[in-house]
Design a binder for this molecule. Structure first.
Ligand code: G
Ligand code: G
Ligand code: MN
Ligand code: NA
Length: 254
């Protein structure tokens, strides 16, 4: 309850900040996207990572207004990238189940698009498998409505849920994000090599993008490139960083 009150205050006091982590084309090294990752600048505790407050935000329903703030800030950033000649850089935004099934999700989304002037094609929503397990007709309808606007849909932490593949048929998926637990022990682990190769092949034949998460070493990168995986994200390429640092990095890489 105390955390809930603190989160409410944090919104009022502008204590939230988005960090961004780049997603790269692993063949060319070009940045093709960034993922927005929420941080809480707590006056006493310093930078608080999302796993320490998102669960409480979800339970209390505060994830809805917090998520609206995230969406607005990330769309503003997408628009800034567009104006700075980085219109090919997509901006990924994490969305939880509670937000997705909120009645006003689509109308709020459209209002943010209108206010910021962002191109919906530049945006990707990241939804976890567990979110989709809890799927309601409302959430499903919302995802289809956003896809119609041009927004991409990525399945986050792919492979870690119950992995019924049936939701791939029901949902307008454009991208799979291979969970980092499958990448951690690459390239040595036989099972993980087989699993990542299989997910990449499946995604390629479904015409989805694949982004492999948690790439931390050169040998992991080399293996993934060779198995036909185009896109990667991880500490080997870049940590999540504040927006100023992101822009410096993008301009230097040009
Ligand atoms: O940022 P970190 O690197 O610690 O992220 C941890 C988890 O928090 C991620 O798996 C992500 O799904 C979740 N997360 C990060 N930012 C957001 C956000 O803006 N909204 C929601 N709903 N989840 C987020
Ligand atoms: O939304 P998602 O669960 O994908 O959130 C990404 C999380 O993974 C964030 O907490 C981010 O800080 C973290 N992360 C990003 N790159 C790496 C990496 O290379 N290794 C590890 N261990 N974590 C990473
Ligand atoms: Mn994510
Ligand atoms: Na993930």
């Amino acid at each position: 309850l105390r955390l809930e009150r603190e989160l409410r205050l944090a919104l009022q006091n502008h204590e939230f900040e988005l960090y961004y982590q780049t997603q790269l084309d692993m063949q060319t090294g070009r940045v093709v996207g960034i993922e927005a990752l929420l941080r809480w600048n707590h006056p006493e505790r310093g930078l608080v990572p999302p796993n320490e407050f998102i669960p409480a935000a979800e339970d209390s329903g505060l994830i809805v207004p917090i998520g609206q703030w995230v969406l607005r800030a990330a769309c503003q950033q997408a628009k800034n990238l567009y104006k700075a000649q980085f219109k090919h850089v997509k901006v990924s935004i994490n969305v939880s189940a509670r937000q997705l099934s909120d009645r006003d999700f689509v109308s709020d989304f459209k209002a943010v698009v209108r206010d910021t002037g962002v191109e919906p094609e530049q945006l990707v929503l990241e939804v976890t498998e567990s979110t989709l397990m809890a799927d309601t007709q409302v959430a499903l309808a919302h995802l289809h409505a956003l896809r119609t606007l041009g927004v991409g849909l990525a399945i986050d932490d792919f492979g870690t849920g119950y992995s019924s593949l049936s939701y791939l048929k029901r949902l307008p998926v454009t991208c799979l994000k291979v969970d980092r637990s499958f990448v951690q022990h690459l390239p040595a682990d036989d099972e993980d090599r087989a699993i990542t190769t299989l997910i990449v092949a499946m995604a390629n034949s479904l015409n989805y993008r694949v982004v492999v998460e948690g790439v931390e070493t050169e040998p992991q990168w080399a293996f993934l490139r060779e198995c036909g995986c185009h896109f990667g994200q991880g500490y080997y390429f870049s940590y999540p960083v504040p927006v100023e640092q992101l822009m410096v990095g993008l301009l230097e890489a040009q």
